[in-house]
Design a protein around this ligand. Structure first.
Ligand code: TPP
Length: 942
């Protein structure tokens, strides 16, 4: 127990009591009656020399104790709330006992409510007289079936808003008449649908919602709020749990369609949601499928909300950043120059989480961290944890180190409501609360919906192997529908037997649809109609006229009159970018590509770690005034622009930022969206987003994306984590033209490639570009002006010098990326007049025809060698080898590069140098030398 002294009392409470006392003395009627009668027998304490209160006529400790007691109820009341429908004992808290504060009922009875509440301290003192009444009322509010967990919110305006909203009960509604019955109807649909599926499709996985049934009415309430507000889109992300019920009762997916999917579990042949049968289509299990459906607010045509349920992979929680990106894209308009214009009311993101996955998966924290960042904020996401108190078979003690499943949210100052899933009115109050908070503060809100899981993890799983006691309780625990029906009977809103009639009707309806499914199938559904074949070999024309280029370049070099640029940067810009005729380097080419696209009306968004400046100090897309620190973005200010340009530094993470950009592309198909990795090596941190969305989204869900990934790649002696963007992984994942993978070597090639990607709107595919580091400024990567004003992206670059004397060429070196510049610069090249060096700039889709044409153009070839700087088990070789073998027929095909390794690059710069010199030597060894001898050459260098 706290050892309170009077001196501790000196502070806000004493000040307040004294102030109240002064008011009372001046005008007794200015305080309420209870306070008046209290002051009649009270004399103020004297203040000691150190400011402490000494000797008073009132027991100051009691006042302090009461104030602390009230504070404890507000902050820790949730620990005593009955949150578990299965009736487990709440953890409680000693401070929730008045005795802890040395208070008896009589003490509290003797204090007026206002004495222990500072002015403006909420609505409770207004409706109670004594401190006893006030504390009892507070306990009724804070310790019932809702736990208000707000103690971590520091902002005082938010804190007071939250406290007042809880205590004046503005979101509570005791449901009556039609509204109470409508909820029963909704719970009946939820419950009977699951029971029907359970019986009709025995043993099939459906990840039943039962135990957190209120999720459906809660989501519908949120959608209605959005509709009333005029929000055109709700973006919803969730994993397997309860998804079928949400599809049926929030998105109105026809039952017949769902039954069809149960009867035909093989989704490979007949896609049911997006896409169509075709090459590459493989479909997905039914509880991962996305869908877009419309909600129409009754009677009002203009209150139509698109509910966009993102398809999700099994990888729990990884859909979170994708949903945020989709929501942000829906909130922005991009058809004018400048930054995009965001309207946070234009979409509402909702994320449903599992109680084991939320605290467990790192992507959750990464995504939460985005919610107030300028490039990522979406005006607040509403989170609901469908907390069934189990993860598969794992109990919470093994799943998290915190009391609540939601505790991670506290670190982000997200208010949390825990609510008992068997109290429907409390659940609905929680979503109203969440929606209003988002409206007020444009921040995330968390609802921890505490329920249970009726069956095992899936319906074929036996839960009593692992949780025998829990399932003993669950077996006899009535459903939310049954409990609500009982309550309505008790309140006299429905008659006995009415609830069962409702349930019977629903059963009959479902039975009827199962028998005659065709009657129901007339649903509006959006289907992707993208062509499966997207050869980038049909490269679009992307050259830009001289005049346009010069004008855009001038506009890019302009700054406002009163802007004070960094002098060094300004000098560098004028020198390197001042005259296009002097040649154009990589970053300059990128800026020009962006400028031309903006003029063409293509919006652009580019993000990544330190992307605004560029990791290698090459981009400088935001300039900073040296006097004022103000920033200026040339691409947002060129007068020719007809679309928006957004550039943002991302937080230091990969999964969530990449997932976000992928999501953004889905809802902004007209926009060129680029994500840049700091070094390409770090892209593997985002591997689940690549595997589960970027490369497979089309095959699983018919979902196309034009996302561009810029991945710095190249061996420059900087060690294992600053060398390789893991080209081999992308090439391994490439199939059925699901992505494009390029490793280009010149600024002009990069320029055309970016423009081509933006122009291939009807054939969108993610584009992976291995981008350079040293090549950013390498003379061989600088392109002549004419290369921009003529031509287009070339998938293969022939050896122009040797082409002139093709007859004399006996060896053909094929390579991709930076190693080309090294091969060209090596002494051996000068001495060797029988070897041509050809670059493959587009590695996937593999341009076999173009490569074949080049090969055929050298009639006297004796050997073809693939040269790369990566180890043999990495880089392009593992995927090039079978493709080239098919092309070259009997011709010997050799490999020159590093031996196979477990790590992509060497740890020391000198080792790197030795090895690269050996690769150069081996590459130019002529055909008489055996392949093994060449490989030994490189191995010896190690
Ligand atoms: C990243 C990841 N790890 C593991 C799994 C396997 N898995 C599927 S569901 C599940 C339990 C999830 O528990 P919870 O988050 O509480 O959701 P619930 O199924 O109980 O609703 C597990 C471990 C997965 N799908 N994804």
């Amino acid at each position: 127990m706290d050892n309170l002294t009077e001196s501790q009392f000196y502070g806000p409470n004493l000040g307040y009591v004294l102030e109240l006392y002064e008011r009372y003395k001046e005008d007794p009627s200015s305080v309420d009656e209870r306070t008046r009668s209290f002051f009649e027998n009270w004399s103020p304490p004297r203040i000691g020399t150190n400011g402490e209160a000494v000797a008073s006529g009132v027991d100051v400790d009691k006042v302090v104790g009461a104030a602390k007691y009230i504070r404890s109820i507000r902050d820790f009341g949730h620990r005593a709330a009955q949150l578990d429908p299965l009736g487990s004992e709440p953890p409680g808290d000693p401070t929730l006992d008045p005795g802890f504060h040395d208070l008896s009922e009589e003490d509290l009875e003797a204090l007026p409510a206002s004495v222990v509440n500072a002015p403006g301290s909420g609505p409770i003192p207004e409706r109670t007289n004594t401190a006893l009444e006030a504390t009892e009322e507070l306990k009724r509010i804070y310790c019932k079936t809702t736990g208000y967990d707000f103690g971590h919110i520091h902002n005082s305006i938010e804190r007071f808003w939250l406290r007042d909203a809880v205590e004046d009960g503005r979101f509570n509604e005791v449901l009556e008449g039609k509204r109470a019955k409508s909820l029963l109807k909704s719970l009946t649909r939820v419950d009977i649908f699951e029971k029907f599926l359970h019986r009709a499709f025995l043993g099939q996985k459906r990840f039943s919602i039962e135990g957190v049934d209120m999720l459906v009415p809660m989501l519908n309430s949120l959608v209605r709020s959005a509709a009333t507000k005029g929000t055109p889109e709700v973006v919803l992300g969730m994993a397997h749990r309860g998804r079928l019920n949400v599809l049926a009762h929030v998105l109105d997916k026809p039952y017949a369609k769902m039954f069809g999917e149960f009867q035909q579990p093989d989704m490979g042949e007949k896609p049911s949601v997006a896409g169509r049968p075709g090459e590459g289509w493989v479909g997905d299990v039914k509880y991962h499928l996305g869908i877009r459906g419309y909600h129409l607010q009754e009677g009002e045509e203009d209150q139509k909300v698109l509910i966009n349920l993102a398809p999700n992979p099994s990888h729990l929680e990884h859909v979170n950043p994708v949903v945020e990106g989709m929501a942000r894209a829906a909130q922005e308009t991009r058809d004018e120059a400048g930054p995009p214009k965001q309207d946070q009311e234009a979409s509402l993101p909702i994320l449903i989480h599992g109680d084991a996955a939320f605290p467990g998966e790192g992507v959750v924290a990464e995504t939460l961290n985005l919610y107030r960042l300028p490039g990522y904020e979406t005006g607040g996401t509403i989170h609901i944890i469908t907390n069934n108190q189990l993860g598969f078979t794992t109990e919470k003690e093994d799943a998290r180190s915190t009391l609540y499943a939601s505790d991670l949210a506290k670190g982000y100052e997200i208010p949390v409501i825990h609510v008992n899933a068997d109290d429907p009115e409390a659940c609905l109050a929680a979503v109203r609360f969440a929606y209003a908070y988002r409206e007020e503060f444009q921040k995330d809100f968390m609802i921890d919906l505490v329920g249970y899981r009726r069956y095992g993890h899936n319906e074929a799983d036996e839960p009593s192997y692992t949780q025998p006691k829990m399932y003993e309780i669950i077996r006899s625990h009535p459903s939310a529908r049954e409990l609500w029906a009982e309550e309505l009977e008790r309140r006299g809103i429905i008659s006995e037997g009415e609830a069962e009639e409702m349930a019977d009707e629903m059963r009959e309806e479902l039975e009827e649809i199962r028998k005659n499914p065709d009657d129901e199938l007339d649903m509006e559904e959006e289907v992707t109609t993208d062509e499966p074949h997207t050869p980038l070999a049909d490269v679009p024309e992307t050259a830009v006229s001289e005049e346009r280029m010069v004008e855009l370049n001038e506009a890019l070099l302009e700054c406002p009159e009163d802007f004070n640029p960094n002098e060094k940067l300004e000098r560098m810009f004028q020198k390197v970018r001042g005259n296009l005729e002097d040649g154009i380097d990589w970053a300059h080419a990128e800026a020009l590509a962006f400028a031309t696209l903006l003029e063409d009306g293509v919006p652009i968004r580019i993000t990544g770690q330190d992307t605004a400046r560029g990791t290698f100090s090459q981009r400088h897309s935001i300039l900073h005034d040296v006097e004022t620190g103000e920033s200026y973005v040339p691409l947002q200010n060129i007068p020719q622009a007809n679309a928006s340009f957004a550039v943002h530094n991302s937080p230091l993470s990969e999964i969530a930022p990449l997932g976000f950009e992928y999501g953004y592309t889905l809802n902004a198909q007209e926009t060129l969206v680029l994500w840049e990795a700091q070094y390409g090596d770090f892209v593997n941190v985002a591997q689940p987003i690549i595997d589960q969305f970027i490369v497979s989204g089309q095959a699983k869900w018919g979902q196309t994306s034009g996302l561009v990934m810029l991945l710095p790649h190249g061996y420059e002696g900087q060690g294992p984590e600053h060398s390789s963007a893991r080209l081999e992984r992308f090439l391994q994942l490439a199939a059925h033209e699901n992505i494009r993978v390029a490793n280009c070597t010149t600024a002009a090639q990069y320029f055309h490639l970016l423009r081509a990607q933006a122009m291939l709107k009807d054939h969108q595919r993610p584009l992976v570009i291995m981008t350079p580091k040293s090549l950013l400024r390498h003379p061989m990567a600088i392109s002549d002006f004419e290369e921009f004003t003529e031509g287009k992206f070339r998938v293969v670059l022939d050896d122009e010098e040797m082409r002139e004397r093709a007859e004399s060429v006996e060896r053909l070196m094929l390579c991709s990326g930076k190693i080309y510049t090294e091969l060209m610069a090596s002494e051996a090249r000068e001495e060797n007049d029988v070897t041509a060096i050809v670059r493959i700039e587009l590695l996937y889709p593999f341009p076999d025809e173009e490569v074949k044409t080049v090969i055929d153009g050298y009639p006297n070839l004796k050997e073809i060698v693939w040269v790369q700087e990566e180890p043999k088990n990495m880089g392009a070789w593992p995927t090039m080898e079978p493709r080239l073998r098919k092309l070259v027929g009997e011709m010997p095909l050799g490999y020159v590069g590093k031996p196979p390794r477990g790590t992509p690059a060497q740890g020391s710069a000198s080792f790197h140098k030795r090895e690269h010199a050996a690769i150069m030597r081996a590459a130019f060894k002529d055909a008489e030398e055996s392949r093994e001898a060449r490989e030994r050459e490189v191995e010896r260098a190690g």
